[in-house]
Design a binder for this molecule. Structure first.
Ligand SMILES: Nc1ncnc2c1ncn2[C@@H]1O[C@H](COP(=O)(O)OP(=O)(O)OP(=O)(O)O)[C@@H](O)[C@H]1O
Ligand SMILES: [Mg+2]
Length: 323
């Protein structure tokens, strides 16, 4: 973000091993007891771009982000943030990271301005600069009126915005956000999108996890897909999609599923509703034939439409925990 209150942390010079000051993960792994939350993740999120981290529930997004933020130790693998190795130079990496967790835990009795100033100072800003940055960021997320209100009075969406402001209080080089759009109303989502874009335009590294695929599609320059704790190559994933996804929905979902099973048409759950399902079809003729057969068979089909976005199509081809 270009702002008059920029905080400078000198970036290390690029080296052949770490050519960009963004985020690099190599063969990162982490388990909790017998649960392998992150199995093997490798990817790069370059500086000056927004990278989307996409995956079904339980695919390891939060666990991965916690490791990238230096808040959880990987069992194996290497993490480099802003040119610093997270294992050996954790302080240097962490001071350059802005972290927005999926739910913001705060001291409810402190005011928004106090919380912001506290975090600013914890990140090494002087008292004066922390207070100035706190005011500036609260203004950016339209919470200036709440600067002196205790955090407990904030609504869920306002708390999310405080979380975003807090993540950016020290003007970090790398911003990691876990589901930042959740709980935000449409206007706030657009503002979030614009803010992430302006951070990237100012040369920051932005890595954002979300389920709101249509928004990510508009804003993300790169996507990293996670499937059962493993990163999936987007190109490979898209090449694997030779047939187009079509959404189907029926008044009696069980009848539709039985019809498809009888015809040996593979299907998977869709995203729009619990009854929606998605099938892969070669072309419009195949869709028309399926529609005709369904009507003849008496299946109360009320929707048949192509899956819309590129990300949504790739997402639906991922192996989620529901498959
Ligand atoms: N502290 C923990 N202890 C035990 N298991 C955990 C812990 N944290 C995560 N897991 C498990 O690791 C897997 C990955 O969880 P994670 O929270 O990283 O997924 P996610 O992709 O962020 O999911 P969501 O979209 O629901 O936020 C899940 O199976 C989860 O149950
Ligand atoms: Mg999560």
């Amino acid at each position: 973000m270009t702002d008059h209150l920029a905080v400078s942390h000198d970036a290390p010079p690029p080296t052949p091993e770490h050519p960009t000051p963004g985020v690099q993960a190599q063969h990162v792994r982490r388990s909790f007891g017998s649960v392998l939350a992150v199995a093997d993740v490798s990817f790069t999120a370059p500086a000056g771009a927004v990278t989307a981290l996409i995956g079904p529930n339980g695919s390891g997004k939060t666990t991965l982000l916690l490791m990238l933020a230096g808040l959880l130790k990987p069992d194996a693998g290497q993490i480099n943030v802003a040119g610093f190795d997270m294992t050996h130079s954790s302080y240097d990496a962490r001071i350059r990271i802005g972290w927005m967790p999926d739910t913001l835990g705060t001291w409810d009795a402190l005011t928004c301005a106090e919380i912001m100033s506290f975090y600013g100072q914890a990140y090494g800003l002087s008292k004066g600069l922390a207070a100035a940055r706190a005011g500036y960021m609260l203004n950016r997320v339209y919470l200036a009126d709440y600067a002196n209100a205790p955090a407990r009075v904030l609504s869920r969406g306002q708390k999310q915005r405080l979380g975003l402001a807090r993540a950016l209080v020290h003007d970090p080089q790398v911003v990691l956000l876990d589901e930042p759009a959740s709980g935000l109303d449409p206007r706030s989502r657009i503002e979030l999108r614009d803010m992430l874009r302006s951070l990237a335009d100012a040369g920051k590294t932005v890595l954002v996890s979300s389920h709101v695929l249509s928004e990510l599609e508009e804003i993300a320059d790169h996507s990293v897909f996670l499937q059962r704790g493993q990163s999936v190559d987007m190109q490979e994933l898209q090449q694997g999609i030779t047939q187009r996804g079509w959404r189907l929905d029926a008044l009696e979902p069980a009848a539709l599923q039985a019809f498809l099973n009888a015809k040996n048409v593979a299907w998977r759950p869709g995203l729009a509703s619990t009854s929606e399902i998605v099938v892969n079809l070669a072309n419009q003729e195949a869709a028309l034939a399926l529609l005709r057969d369904a009507i003849v068979a008496g299946v109360p089909l009320h929707t048949i439409a192509p899956v819309s976005g590129r990300l949504e199509e790739a997402y639906l081809s991922l192996d989620g925990e529901r498959q």
